[in-house]
Design a protein around this ligand. Structure first.
Ligand code: AMP
Ligand code: SF4
Length: 469
């Protein structure tokens, strides 16, 4: 993986983290968000709750940029929720940075989410027709307005559940009331959300890698369609939907999540390593060295090397210290960005037949540049092996591969892509191998197959700019 902040507009998703019943909840949330930083670098925010009163700090940039020394002291309380953002719906402006904080006549509440609704236009219109005015373009605000619309003097939970039932798409929501933390997951199970235990309290996180840092113990995943209420009475579980499926996003395993996270019981590194092994089994190729594109493809490269007995080499070195200052939108600057970010090690590569492992090809620009880098460094042959199938369809669930136009595999066949990236050979892992690596066969593979687990509403029109759908 090359960091999206440096390369182009490809987006990662967001991350959510919440704490209930722990002194210094904002600080714990800060560390939780820090370990979810890979899920979004555009903005971060924390709302903490102290005896029913809520305070918020949010801003644009990395967690360490938004929260300066001493700022967490301004967020007292034993309950907090936090968010790291990459804009998947809505723009990147500060109004869209979460969590959102609302006043309700029953008291304040805060909320944040990860994912993308497919019926947001319809729901916005529904709310606006009934008098709502939106301050942001984020899906989270839609939920807040729907809660309000569904209130009817019933309990907050009742209106939250009625509101959740109206949402279609992928999401993991955290809602904080004066006395409880609520976690909800979409009924298709597209986005991950896990519960942990810490010092007599609880934490909820997009990924379990955050638990390790704060010394929390994994309890369980939030189930698809489930609403988990965490209060001083413990954990209460109910469901807002009867239709509960398990269609975890395959890209969470392939690319987004951190290798040390467990996604519904399967470790991400173990998945990637298994996918690398299967990549060799499906298309055995003679070569001298195996190289992975840092960082997300290293596990798959290790698996490939182990299975093929071809030595794994550090042929590409990533400069970890290239910061956000280098975000440059122009094509010319992107080219430079890659060179700042990645170097090919000539002494390792020169004269060698190289297997280059990457986790995915979206636009094809990364592979094209890396193949060129390897050739310049003297590679004799470059065989590109991708540890996922060809991405031929847009994602409408929060992963910013949202138009056909930008997907090289939607436009070109295998040979066309190989020619474009300049590789000697190219192979993509099969869908069956993904299931084998994940040890399950119910993953969402819509961007590879075009079979979407939800209805699509307006999303199809948006993807259809070129009329190809
Ligand atoms: P591309 O250059 O457009 O083909 O992008 C492929 C590269 O981006 C691979 O190295 C992937 O690790 C990484 N990648 C895949 N999906 C995404 C995504 N949604 N956001 C950011 N990077 C991605
Ligand atoms: Fe993930 Fe692809 Fe499904 Fe989107 S379409 S949720 S990226 S598997």
């Amino acid at each position: 993986m090359l960091e999206n902040t440096l390369l182009d507009e490809l987006h990662e998703e967001c991350g959510v983290f919440g704490v209930f019943g722990c002194h210094g909840a904002a600080e714990i949330t800060y560390f939780g968000l820090h370990s979810l930083q890979h899920r979004g670098q555009e903005g971060a925010g924390i709302v903490a709750c102290d005896n029913g009163s809520m305070k918020r700090i949010k801003g644009q940039g990395l967690v360490t940029e938004v929260f300066k020394e001493g700022s967490l002291d301004k967020l007292p309380g034993d309950m907090a929720i936090g968010h790291v953002r990459y804009s998947t719906a809505g723009g990147s402006s500060i109004e869209n940075v979460q969590p959102f904080l609302f006043n309700h006549h029953t008291g304040p509440f805060a909320l944040c989410h990860n994912g993308n609704l497919v019926n947001s236009n319809e729901l916005k219109k529904f709310c606006e027709d009934r008098g709502s005015l939106f301050q942001s373009t984020s899906d989270s605000e839609i939920l807040a307005h729907l809660i309000q619309k569904n209130y009817n003097d019933r309990t907050f939970i009742y209106s939250l559940k009625s509101a959740l039932e109206m949402l279609d798409g992928a999401f993991a929501f955290l809602v904080m009331l004066g006395d409880k933390l609520i976690a909800a997951r979409d009924k298709y199970g597209l986005r991950p959300l896990s519960i942990g235990k810490i010092n007599g309290g609880y934490v909820v996180s997009s990924e379990t890698c955050a638990f390790e840092v704060i010394n929390a113990k994994f309890v369980r995943d939030v189930n698809p369609g489930e609403v988990v209420e965490i209060s001083k009475d413990g954990i209460k579980s109910t469901y807002y939907s009867n239709m509960n499926k398990h269609h975890m996003c395959a890209m969470e395993y392939i690319y987004f999540s951190r290798p040390d996270s467990e996604l519904e019981g399967r470790n991400v590194h173990a998945f990637r390593k298994a996918s690398g092994k299967l990549l060799y089994k499906e298309m055995p190729t003679k070569a001298d060295i195996v190289i992975g594109v840092p960082d997300s493809s290293l596990s798959a490269a290790i698996g490939y090397a182990e299975e093929s007995k071809i030595p794994y080499e550090m042929g590409l070195i990533k400069n970890k210290y290239v910061g956000r200052t280098f975000i440059q939108p122009s094509q010319a600057m992107r080219e430079k960005g890659v060179r700042m970010k990645l170097s090919a090690v000539s002494s390792i590569i020169k004269g060698k037949r190289v297997i280059l492992i990457d986790d995915s090809i979206v636009r094809g620009t990364t592979s094209k540049r890396i193949v060129a880098l390897l050739r310049e460094a003297g590679a004799k042959e470059v065989h590109v092996r991708i540890s996922s199938p060809q991405i031929t369809n847009p994602c409408f669930y929060g992963v910013d591969i949202s138009t056909y136009d930008e997907l090289i595999s939607a436009r070109l066949d295998l040979e066309g892509v190989r020619e474009y990236i300049g590789a000697d050979s190219l192979y993509f892992l099969s869908k069956e191998a993904l299931f084998e690596a994940a040890e399950r066969n119910d993953l969402c593979l819509a961007c590879f197959t075009g079979k979407y687990p939800t209805a699509l509403y307006h999303a199809v029109k948006d993807a259809n700019k070129d009329g190809k759908f």
